[in-house]
Write a protein that binds this ligand. Structure first.
Ligand SMILES: [Zn+2]
Ligand SMILES: [Zn+2]
Ligand SMILES: [Zn+2]
Length: 147
């Protein structure tokens, strides 16, 4: 009540509306996904759900993630360690991943707006910097390299 955004109940209703049978395994998967802040890595979801509900197969987790993306609850992002999923309402940032140490930073979408606009104006192309992690070198690694 009063909290904004999509919760477990809404996600379950959307999946039911698509004809998905909500077994205890699937409910546990959806609950784990919807209660995680930030991005979700499928293997982490598999580990956590298997610890709570024995017998959950990885393919059930992957299928549930795909369905949640189809119904507009989640969106995927390509990260250094593989595909991650965000709740759609959290997606307004890019990931900056350090190629040396693997540190992952979040850059608000607003920081990229002027570059997005310039590319669109000059090339008629609207880039989406949130879809793949941007590779580079983090401040700590840069400092280490300069010593
Ligand atoms: Zn993120
Ligand atoms: Zn993609
Ligand atoms: Zn680094």
């Amino acid at each position: 009540m009063g909290s904004s955004g999509t919760g477990t109940g809404d996600a379950v209703e959307l999946l039911r509306g698509q004809g998905m049978r909500m077994t205890p395994q699937r409910l546990a998967i959806v609950d784990e996904i919807m209660s995680t802040a930030g991005y979700i890595i499928p293997t982490t979801v598999i580990e956590r759900v298997q610890a709570k509900v024995p017998g959950v197969s990885p393919s059930t987790v992957y299928r549930t993630l795909e369905r949640l993306e189809q119904v507009g609850v989640l969106t995927h992002v390509h990260l250094e360690q593989g595909t991650g999923y965000h709740r759609l309402e959290e997606v307004q940032h890019a990931h900056l991943t350090c190629s040396r140490c693997g540190t992952d930073l979040e850059l608000p979408r607003s920081s990229l707006r002027s570059l997005e606009r310039r590319i669109e104006r000059d090339h008629g192309f609207r880039p989406d910097f949130t879809h793949h992690a941007i590779a580079g070198v983090c401040a700590a690694c840069l400092e280490r390299a300069q010593q």
